[in-house]
Structures are given as structure tokens and as C-alpha cells.
Design a protein around this ligand. Sequence first.
Ligand code: NDP
Length: 316
Amino acid sequence: RQGVVVITGASSGLGLAAAKALAETGKWHVVMACRDFLKAATAAKAAGMAAGSYTIMHLDLASLDSVRQFVENFRRADMPLDSLVCNAAIYRPTARQPTFTADGYEMSVGVNHLGHFLLARLLMDDLKKSDYPSRRLIILGSITGNTNTLAGNVPPKAGLGDLRGLAGGLRGQNGSAMIDGAESFDGAKAYKDSKICNMLTMQEFHRRFHEETGITFASLYPGCIATTGLFREHIPLFRLLFPPFQRFVTKGFVSEAESGKRLAQVVSDPSLTKSGVYWSWNKDSASFENQLSQEASDPEKARKLWDISEKLVGIV
Ligand code: NDP
């Protein structure tokens, strides 16, 4: 039978490119989990995805109620779940003031980490039930959260500290909106911190569930896809210069189509079944198992993050 993959944030950029790449193989039915139904429908059509190869379902990761509602709707649609890709993200690089999710958590960590944490936790039951030969749970990471790389050392550097801000609920008004408890808000750092959370969460899933369930847990850095909507809130000069800078100076530039193929590989390639791995690609577009920074692979921090996140999303 066809595999069924849920991809969050499949209305643009990497998520859309991977949705298209997987649907085109004919081996996958793609559930596009998106906050803007019309945008997703228009994007899928414009990308040339064949009708019937995908289903669009509403999911707003900035609301934990919406996450629970999505899981209910997905179950009602009576499809198996063979692969889940936590891909959606927001990036607010120039923001000096926090914004908040429906549940009152700082938006970057709320959407990128907490919304996905609840989604993945709830959908584990569905993944466990699937009879598909290789079931996978994939959470997008990034080089920017990894301080063992050049890009990861561009200030402001990621750093979760002792997680005191997260434990305080990332509320802003009566505490901190930053995970490390910093007084002032930094939108660029909040994004990088959320990506560390994504990579720590993948590894903690692996430690807790891989042996028992056989599910593959993986993260990846797909390359710098400098043209996606991720950079929509950046200053215009940055948006103009970033793609050529990546293309000609760092040579880390990757097209949306190529990045989509990479993510599709992590979903479906029979050779990428190893669990607990953070994948990257070399200059010849060959995948390899990459090293995470010390903080992004700290098991103690991952466990603490897991416990606090459970409280914040209401799983006890
Ligand atoms: P895009 O901005 O193009 O795509 C992000 C997607 O997330 C969009 O579909 C967006 O929806 C969706 N989204 C945002 N907020 C929410 C929400 N509250 N609920 C549901 N969906 C939401 O960015 P990319 O394709 O570049 O990013 C995809 C992933 O790749 C991210 O996890 C990012 O961290 C990662 N990544 C990207 C890199 C890059 O260079 N671009 C490098 C490394 C990692 P909408 O269309 O409605 O806005």
C-alpha cells in the first residue's frame, strides 16, 4: 500500500517541496498540515501536485487546542500514519518584542517546539499502530542552533541555559520570554533556541521509544534554502543579499527543490533507517551523519526539556 506522511507547514518552502517530491513518487499520500487552507491549496496546485495525491488538513501550531483538534480530525479521516515530519517554523530575526501563542507562550518556541512536541507525542500512538515497514518521526533541525559550526557562531548564539525561562512559562510579562531566562527578548536567538529544542527532542524520543517501537527518529539540516518564506520578516537588504551570499560566498545555498528531495530521502530512503541521527549533505549532495554541538546533544538537558515541555502542553 501507499505510505501516509503528515508534513507540517507544507504550504511553502521546504515542506511544500518535500510534499511534492514524495507525492510524485506515487508511493506516498501526503497530508499537508497547514494553518492557512487556501494558501496550501493554491501552493499545491501551483507546484503541480496531482489531485488525489494529497489531503490538506488545518493545523495551527500556535494553539494547543488546534493541535489536539488536528489529531482528532486526522484519526476521523481513517488513514494510517506511517511518517510524521515536524517541519513548520517561524523566524522573527528582527523582533525586539515577543508575541505569544493562544496559550500564552513566546511564539517562536511555542510554534517550532511546543506545538510540535504535543503533536508528536499524541501521534506516537498512531505511528505505533502502523504496519508500514519503516515508520519515521522527523523533526527539522538547523545548523544555526549548533555552536560547533561557523554559522552556529554568528551572534546571537543559541543557548538554553538552565531552562529557567521555559520552566517559568515563557510568558514575558511576569518572567522571561526567553528559554534561558534572559530579561530582554531576542527574536533571532529565540528561533535558534527553538531549533536546539527540536534536535534535543528528537534524541529524547529516540532514547525513550526507539527500542520498544522500532520507529526511526531523525533530524536534519537540509542546507541553506535562502529563498524560502522563513526570511520574510528580515530587513529587505538582507533578503536581497542573503541568497547570492549563500550561493557564491559560503556555497551553502540549496534550492527549494533540492532541499525537498533531501527531506523526502529522510522520509523514505531505505538506507536512512538509522535512529537518533542528525543528517546533513555534503557538496555532492550525499547524505552523512553529522555531529551535533555539545548542548544540542546533552542528554540531561533533553530530559529536563522533555519534562518541562510536558507540563507546558498539558501532558502529565
Ligand atoms: P517557510 O517559511 O517557507 O515555511 C514554513 C512553514 O511553516 C510555512 O508553511 C508556514 O505556514 C508554516 N507555519 C508557520 N507558523 C505556523 C503555525 N503557527 N502553524 C502551522 N504552520 C505554520 O520556511 P522553510 O521552508 O525555510 O522552513 C521549513 C523548516 O526548515 C523549518 O523547520 C526551518 O527551521 C528549517 N530550516 C530552514 C532552513 C532555510 O535555510 N530555509 C535552514 C535550516 C532549517 P504559512 O505558509 O501559512 O506561513
